[in-house]
Ligand binder design. Structure first.
Ligand code: F3S
Length: 398
């Protein structure tokens, strides 16, 4: 593999032992993947930072790395952790303490502690720039919505990439790796406006194309449904890459790159019948915010609650969101939501946190096909699927 003078210097220890060791791994992996050179990245996004998933080995690795003097050379954001950093929701102290040690190690390494799976909502991401991201929904989003180039990388590999500001050039970092193989169209060209339907469509496309690369022709009512589409698609796809006709910058170029693509027509009507598993359980709560809700989605909830004329939800509604959204809301609005049994949850995700259990929830209603996939597997929580406003109706009309 070709290495620049700077990369050779990092490899030989001129920038410290930690950077040299990281570069050794990056080069070794690059060789295995037949990368011809390394690429300079603009951002990194680290995932796999919950104490629930990485435990003591992951905690000790990050602490040792931070103690060794290693520092990120890339602007690096961080995925949700195992707890809400503003409210422990009854999670036991030992878990909280260890989670803080992980957060503090990442802080020492130089990460920006956004603790969200939607960093793309607060970054200016330019087309055809290189990134090292580990969170699948975010990988799918910046590839499809910004034509920014990243592979779906393992969390520890992103840590190493951020230490040297480089990734190997392979797969989705090459034009040939990004060439669509399947054209997917929707029968009747419907406007997709339902979050659950968008998620089911994402899953269906992933199942139909396997490890192929879809070019999807579909119309969406807004960013919220595109997030659901891509989060679900990325859950079921091995690579998380798709091109969205008319949305992905350069989508016309991607279309012209396709050579006799297989064309697949998908029926939304069929998809409604082909519903998700789950069950007819009584739910203990509603969970929204997978991927983390942005201001547009949170405002829709606020408007819904206000429209209820002071009626309080009979079941709690938990909404995962970001510090950027919180900073745009007044304390009166946040308190108004609490009075209606609606809670904003920061910096975490039920799939990597014991928080739903710690507030006594064992079954939730959710619109997110990604949550439906992971909740039973990761934390033993059952789910009922719901769609958009219907999710809030479950809590308010009961
Ligand atoms: Fe985010 Fe968790 Fe969903 S990390 S995309 S809220 S599964």
């Amino acid at each position: 593999m070709y290495l620049s003078k700077h990369e050779e210097a990092v490899l030989s220890g001129d920038y410290g032992d930690a950077a040299a060791r990281a570069m050794q791994v990056i080069v070794r992996v690059g060789d295995v993947l037949r990368a011809d050179r390394l690429l300079e990245i603009e951002t990194a996004h680290v995932a796999g930072v919950s104490y629930l998933t990485i435990g003591d080995p992951g905690l000790e690795y990050l602490e040792d790395l931070a103690e060794s003097g290693a520092r990120f050379r890339t602007f690096t954001t961080v995925n949700p952790v195992g707890m809400d950093i503003l409210n422990n929701w009854g999670i036991d102290k030992e878990f909280i303490d260890r989670q803080w040690r992980i957060i503090n190690a990442l802080r020492k390494l130089g990460a920006s502690l956004w603790l969200t799976c939607t960093p793309y909502e607060n970054l200016r991401i330019r087309p055809r720039t290189y990134h090292a991201w580990a969170e699948s929904n975010a990988v799918a989003y910046i590839n499809a919505v910004h034509d920014a180039w990243t592979e779906k990388l393992p969390g520890p590999f992103v840590v190493l990439s951020a230490l040297v500001n480089r990734v190997p050039r392979y797969g989705l970092y090459t034009l040939s790796g990004r060439t669509p193989t399947h054209m997917v169209r929707l029968e009747g060209d419907p406007l997709i406006s339902d979050p659950l339907i968008a998620g089911l469509l994402g899953r269906k496309v992933a199942e139909l194309v396997g490890d192929g690369k879809p070019y999807l022709i579909a119309r969406f009512s807004g960013n919220a449904v595109i997030k659901q589409l891509l989060a679900s698609y990325a859950t079921y796809s091995p690579h998380a890459f798709m091109v969205l006709h008319g949305i992905t910058p350069n989508s016309d170029k991607y279309m012209s790159m396709m050579d006799k693509p297989e064309t697949i027509d998908v029926s939304i009507k069929e998809m409604r019948r082909d519903n998700v598993e789950g069950g007819n359980y009584d739910v203990d709560a509603v969970f929204l915010g997978c991927p983390h809700y942005g201001i547009e989605e949170v405002n829709a909830v606020i408007n819904y609650v206000r429209s209820k004329g002071g009626r309080r939800a009979s079941k709690p509604v938990y909404i995962a969101t970001t510090p950027f959204v919180l900073s745009q809301l007044s304390s009166e609005t946040i308190n108004m939501l609490k009075e209606h049994n609606v809670y904003l949850v920061l910096s975490t995700c039920p799939v990597v946190s014991p928080f739903l259990r710690s507030v006594g929830v064992s079954t939730v209603a959710t619109e997110s096909v990604k949550q439906m996939y992971y909740l039973p597997k990761m934390v033993g929580i059952k789910y009922v699927s719901c769609n958009g406003v219907e999710c809030l109706d479950i809590a308010f009309n009961d």
